[in-house]
Design a protein. Structure first.
Length: 590
């Protein structure tokens, strides 16, 4: 009886409205159920695409035998900016046994903070034993130097078939000539590359800028620093969010860029001013990358500068360079401001035939993606590409790297704050920070899949230099990270994608022997990819010189085309996948 009575007026209105909503929903469901189902399927598909990444990344440093601690400045507070930048790392097959060895640049501490009872820190060379472990051969190789090391770049500057190592430094640079018997000799003074115009050498690269078959050397520099006169945090005073921190770089004398021409007799000539290296607004140089950004066959130079516009030196093909960064659209952020650039990498992430740029920056800013729309003209696509949401990380090493071998370049970014003092703040991500892994979604966009992949990606480290290469020769790319005041990380990639790959090693004849600057294009059923052999990448580091192409489910590469710096073009057809091929200039597959 009670249930059949009409409710009071307010309840009756509510009752009527409820019936209207229910009936409307039923009508809507009938009309749009199909479209709603399609929308849900699309969202689920997109979610799966962004989250199902068949790669495991594991830090195996200690079990591999890499268990030393990189030393760089004071661990709790820094008096000088010198203690903040950290060092690089290089993959190098120094003994030509087909396995990638690892060279770590080390730093030191200020004289009055070095322990009295411990040996001074040195650089480290670890020989790859081919079984997943490494042997420290530093002393045997003659590389145990104590210095404020910065970048490590690799190249066979004398074309004798053995890779040499250049280290930029605060103070004297080092050029280690590979003697071919497992030892090295520092020939920097004799070769004429020991001294920096500024006292602080930074991002560096071997390149053949005049295409004469001999590797020249580019060296940026950060600050013209003299510790005797440099300001201290308390005398500045220099503050970061209420904390006293090391001063600079603004307010300090910025460094300049240097270019050394290879004379072909074991020596180099400083051609910096003649080549136009002084005609730029860029300074405070850190990471450097060399690539042919305008596809004219000559290598250009891009430098990530700290607190200043970035520099893009266009190669004028006559021994000179012009800074075109402003008109090229890659000097500033999207809102026209200079950024505190650190690391930089080049790669063709959308497979349109032009090399793009990714650049890491200071905390409070995003990592920047510059899309090359043709002839070294760039659009800042950081936000539409999906990298605009992360501003808390302070980025250093970075790489375009196809971890799952699907043929599309992903991004791995290495992070760590500059100031150890930020551990006192709750507003920062910490001094040691996790990495960020962005997956390429094949449509110009990237998804942050760091948490989904987990493992070493989510482990904190005070990261600086990072290099990418296949240390275990299993066809997928691994990572080595050189941190500040911590044990390095060797991150093994265990891909379960089932995707195929092709690895290519170049041997130049008329071109430089390492093939640095040579461009390789591969064509499969689903399109074309390209890469270049480079001697510098990421931040202060050198990648595996062998080019690793992921080719997805393709079982054959229809065409491999090598465009050498000499102008020679070698073509191979119908190449089987999942193998290393060695291509000798003018000969083809050895």
């Amino acid at each position: 009886m009670f249930l059949t009575q009409s409710p009071p007026r307010p309840q009756r209105i509510h009752f009527v409205m409820k019936n209207i909503v229910i009936k409307s929903f039923r009508v809507f469901s009938r009309l749009f159920a199909g479209k709603l189902l399609l929308l849900l399927i699309f969202c689920a598909s997109t979610f799966a695409q962004e989250n199902l990444y068949p790669v495991t990344l594991t830090n195996i440093s200690k079990q591999s035998g890499i268990n030393f601690k990189t030393i760089y400045g004071d661990e709790n507070k820094n008096r000088y900016l010198l203690e903040t930048t950290g060092t690089g790392v290089a993959f190098i097959d120094y003994d030509n046994d087909g396995w990638q060895d690892i060279f770590f640049v080390n730093g030191t501490r200020l004289d009055d903070t070095l322990p009295k009872n411990e040996p001074p820190p040195t650089n480290h060379l670890f020989r790859n034993k081919g079984d997943g472990t490494f042997e420290d051969v530093t002393a045997k190789a003659g590389l145990n130097r104590t210095n404020w090391g910065q970048a490590a770049v690799v190249g066979d500057y004398d074309n004798d078939g053995f890779d040499d190592i250049f280290i930029s430094c605060f103070g004297k640079n080092a050029l280690y000539h590979n003697n071919g018997n497992g030892t090295f000799t520092d020939v920097a003074e004799k070769a004429g590359v020991a001294n920096n115009k500024s006292k602080w050498g930074s991002g560096s690269a071997f390149l053949d800028y005049d295409k004469d078959g001999k590797l020249d050397l580019f060296v940026a520099s950060y600050i013209d620093l003299d510790l005797k006169t440099a300001p201290l945090p308390e005398t500045g005073p220099c503050m970061y969010k209420g904390l006293l921190v090391a001063c600079g770089p603004p307010g300090l004398q910025g460094g300049v860029y240097m270019l050394f021409h290879n004379n072909g007799n074991g020596t180099f000539t400083d051609v910096s001013e003649k080549a136009g290296m002084r005609n730029t607004n860029g300074t405070y140089g850190l990471g450097a990358i060399v690539s042919d950004f305008d596809n004219d066959g000559f290598p250009d130079i891009y430098v990530a500068n700290d607190s200043a516009p970035a520099t893009l030196f266009k190669n004028n093909q006559n021994g000179t360079f012009t800074d075109i960064s402003l008109e090229a659209g890659c000097a500033y952020s999207i809102d026209g401001k200079p950024q505190a650039g650190m690391g930089v990498s080049a790669g063709d992430y959308d497979r349109d035939g032009w090399f793009d740029i990714v650049k890491t920056n200071f905390a409070g800013d995003t990592t920047t993606v510059y899309h090359n729309i043709g002839k070294a003209t760039f659009d800042d696509v950081t936000f539409p590409a999906g990298l605009g949401m992360n501003t808390k990380w302070l980025g250093w090493g970075v790489g375009w790297v196809d971890f799952d071998n699907d043929g599309w370049l992903d991004i791995l970014q290495i992070n760590g704050h500059v100031y150890p003092e930020v551990e006192k703040l709750t507003t920062e991500a910490g001094y040691a920070q996790r990495k960020v892994l962005y997956r390429n979604l094949h449509n110009g966009k990237f998804a942050d899949i760091s948490a989904q992949v987990g493992g070493a990606v989510m482990e904190n480290i005070s990261g600086r230099g990072a290099a990418f290469g296949d240390f275990d020769n299993d066809g997928d790319l691994d990572v080595v990270i050189n941190p500040v005041n911590a044990i390095p990380e060797l991150i093994r990639n265990d891909s379960k994608s089932g995707n195929n790959w092709l690895k290519i090693k170049l041997v130049g004849v008329k071109s430089n022997r390492d093939g640095i600057g040579a461009r390789v294009k591969i064509t499969t059923e689903d399109g074309t990819q390209m890469d270049e052999v480079r001697s510098s990448n990421s931040y202060y580091s050198h990648n595996d010189s062998r080019l690793n192409f992921g080719v997805g489910t393709n079982k054959t590469v229809k065409k491999v085309e090598v465009i050498w710096t000499s102008g020679q073009i070698d073509v191979l057809n119908d190449v089987a996948v999942n193998q290393l091929i060695v291509i000798k200039e003018g000969v083809g597959n050895k």
